[in-house]
Design a protein around this ligand. Structure first.
Ligand code: NAD
Length: 479
C-alpha cells in the first residue's frame, strides 16, 4: 500500500483537508494507494513556489540543468522495477509493457538532457552591423496534467523538456496513478532545487483549479473533452495550452497484403495495453477481397491471447483500468451489435474480480457506430469492409480526431497517397507502432494542438525573444 504525499515548495506535505483518493488494483480490487486531494490553497501554494523558483532556474546554465536531468534519468533507471510494479498495480498494465514505459521515460529524459543545451535561436544580419537576435527563453511556470495509461513515459517526456529549458513545473498525475506520479516526482526532485518541481494529487477538479491559475503553459495529455475544458480555461488566463488528446486511429488494409500479417499488426495495435493507448488501432478498413481471411486470423490471434493480472509474466492482456471504464467499452460493443455488427469473439464481461475484458473482434461495422466514431480505449477491433483504396481513404479521413493512422500496403503509390491525403498528425506505413525514437507528434482537430514529443517540444516550452541591435545615430561600420 502506497501513501502518496504532495510536493509543494520543496517539502513533502502537508496534505490539506480536501479528502483522499483510493486506488484499487484493477486485477483483483485490492487497495494499492491512497493520495491526498489538493485543496485550492495547496494549488495556489504550489504555483507561488514555482513562480518564486522559476527565475533562478531560468538563469541556471543549460548545461547544469541538463546534468541534473541526466542524474534524474539515472535515478529513474535504477528504480525501474519499482516504478513498473506500481504502474502495473495501479492501472493493470502487464509487467513487460510497464517496464517498457519506464525505459521509454528514461530515454526521453536523456534525450532532452542532450538536446536542451543545444536548443537555440538564430541571428539575421541587417544593414551595416545591425543585427536581429532570436534568443530562446523559458516560458516560466508549466502546469503538466497527465493521464494514467502510460504514466511514466508521458510524464518523463513533458517534464524533461520543460525542466531542461528552464521552466518550473507543477505536475498533476492522473487520479488513477497517483503513486506512480509520486515515486517519479521523488526521484526527479532529489536532483532539482526546491520549488522547481511540485506535485499535486487529486482528480479532474484539482486539474481544473490548476489550469485556471496564473501559469504560463498548461500542458495536458489526456482526453479530448478535458483538453477542450483546459483550452477554455487558458483562453481566460492567457496561458498557452499544449494539448495531446484522444484519437480514433484507423488502419487501412490494402488488397495486396498478407491477411495473416495484417491481422498480427492489427492485434498488436488494438490489444496492446488492452487498447488503452492514444495511438491504438481503433477502427479497421479492410478490402473486401481479404476481409474474411483477415477477420478469421484476427480471431485466432485474439483467442490465443493470455488474459490475466499484469504482474503474472505470462500475461499478454491485462485488465482495463477500472470497472467504470469497462462499462464504457462494453457499452460501445453492445450498441454496435444491436446496430447490426457481428461479434466474432470476446464482447462479454467475465465473472470474477477486477476489470477484465476479452480481446474483441467485430465484423460488418458501419461508420455510424460509436465503436467506429469514438475513441473506445479498449481491446476492441471493429472491422468494416471496403471495395477500394479510395473508399478506405475517404472513410478513414472522415473523423473528428486527427492523431494518427496506419496503412498496410505493398503499393508505393497507395502509401504515398495515404500520407499526403490523411488529415492526421502521424501516418504509419506497414507498422502500427513504427517510429524512430525521439520522434515528434503534431495532432490535429479533436486530438490536440502543438508538438507533444520530439525536439519540437522544446520550442513549445520556450518563448523566442527577438532583439534588434543597431548602432546609435543610424547604420555605421565599426560600432
Ligand atoms: P483525462 O483527460 O480524463 O485525464 C487526464 C488528466 O487530466 C488527469 O490528470 C485528470 O485528473 C485531468 N483532468 C480531468 N478533468 C480535468 C479538467 N476539467 N481540467 C483539468 N484537468 C482535468 O484522460 P485520461 O482518461 O486520464 O487518459 C486517457 C486519454 O488520454 C485518452 O483519450 C488518450 O487517447 C489520451 N492520451 C493521449 C496521448 C497523446 O499523446 N495524444 C497520450 C496518452 C493518452
Amino acid at each position: 500500500m502506497y501513501q502518496v504525499r504532495q510536493l509543494i515548495a520543496g517539502g513533502w506535505g502537508p496534505d490539506g483537508d480536501a479528502g483522499e483518493l483510493l486506488v484499487l488494483d484493477p486485477s483483483d480490487g485490492t487497495e494499492v494507494s491512497r493520495a491526498p486531494v489538493a485543496d485550492p490553497a495547496a494549488v495556489a501554494a504550489a504555483v507561488k513556489a514555482a513562480r518564486e523558483a522559476a527565475p533562478r532556474w531560468a538563469r541556471t546554465a543549460p548545461a547544469e540543468r541538463a546534468a541534473a536531468l541526466h542524474r534524474a534519468a539515472a535515478a529513474v533507471e535504477a528504480a525501474a522495477d519499482q516504478l513498473a510494479e506500481v504502474q502495473t498495480a495501479e492501472m493493470g498494465r502487464p509487467a513487460g509493457g510497464a517496464r517498457g514505459g519506464v525505459e521509454a521515460g528514461v530515454a526521453s529524459l536523456r534525450q532532452y538532457a542532450e538536446l536542451g543545451p543545444v536548443h537555440r535561436g538564430r541571428a539575421l544580419a541587417g544593414p551595416a552591423e545591425a543585427i536581429d537576435l532570436m534568443a530562446v527563453e523559458p516560458r516560466g511556470v508549466v502546469a503538466a496534467i497527465t493521464p494514467w495509461n502510460d504514466p511514466v513515459a508521458v510524464t518523463c517526456g513533458l517534464l524533461g523538456a520543460a525542466l531542461v529549458t528552464g521552466n518550473a513545473v507543477i505536475h498533476k498525475p492522473s487520479e488513477r496513478t497517483p503513486a506512480t506520479g509520486w515515486l517519479l516526482a521523488r526521484l526527479l526532485d532529489e536532483h532539482l532545487p526546491d520549488g522547481v518541481l511540485s506535485l499535486l494529487t487529486g482528480a479532474g477538479p484539482v486539474g481544473a483549479t490548476l489550469a485556471a491559475q496564473d501559469v504560463d503553459v498548461v500542458a495536458h495529455v489526456g482526453s479530448t473533452a478535458t483538453g477542450r475544458a483546459i483550452a477554455a480555461a487558458c483562453a481566460v488566463t492567457g496561458a498557452k495550452a499544449l494539448l495531446e488528446n484522444g484519437g480514433n486511429d484507423p488502419v487501412i488494409v490494402d488488397a495486396d497484403v498478407d491477411p495473416e500479417w495484417a491481422a498480427r499488426q492489427i492485434a498488436l495495435g488494438a490489444f496492446a495495453n488492452s487498447g488503452q493507448l492514444c495511438v491504438a488501432v481503433e477502427r479497421v478498413y479492410a478490402h473486401t477481397s481479404i476481409v474474411e481471411r483477415l477477420s478469421a486470423s484476427l480471431v485466432r490471434v485474439a483467442e490465443a491471447m493470455k488474459v490475466g493480472p499484469g504482474r503474472d509474466p505470462r500475461t499478454e492482456l491485462g485488465p482495463l483500468v477500472d470497472r467504470r471504464h469497462r462499462d464504457q467499452v462494453h457499452g460501445q460493443v453492445l450498441a454496435a451489435v444491436a446496430d447490426g455488427a457481428r461479434l466474432l469473439c470476446g464482447g462479454f464481461v467475465p465473472d470474477g474480480p477486477g476489470a477484465f475484458y476479452p480481446p474483441t473482434v467485430l465484423a460488418d461495422c458501419t461508420d455510424r457506430m460509436a465503436v467506429m466514431r469514438e475513441e473506445t480505449f479498449g481491446p476492441v477491433a471493429p472491422v468494416l469492409a471496403v471495395d477500394s483504396f479510395d473508399e478506405a481513404l475517404s472513410r478513414a479521413a472522415n473523423s473528428a480526431y486527427g492523431l494518427s493512422a496506419t496503412v498496410l500496403t505493398g503499393s508505393m503509390q497507395h502509401a504515398q497517397r495515404a500520407w499526403r491525403e490523411l488529415p492526421v498528425g502521424t501516418v504509419k506505413i506497414n507498422a502500427v507502432f513504427g517510429g524512430a525514437p525521439g520522434g515528434a507528434a503534431h495532432p490535429r482537430r479533436g486530438s490536440g494542438q502543438g508538438f507533444g514529443y520530439g525536439p519540437e517540444l522544446l520550442d513549445e516550452l520556450t518563448a523566442t525573444k527577438v532583439v534588434h541591435i543597431s548602432a546609435p545615430d543610424g547604420p555605421k561600420w565599426g560600432w
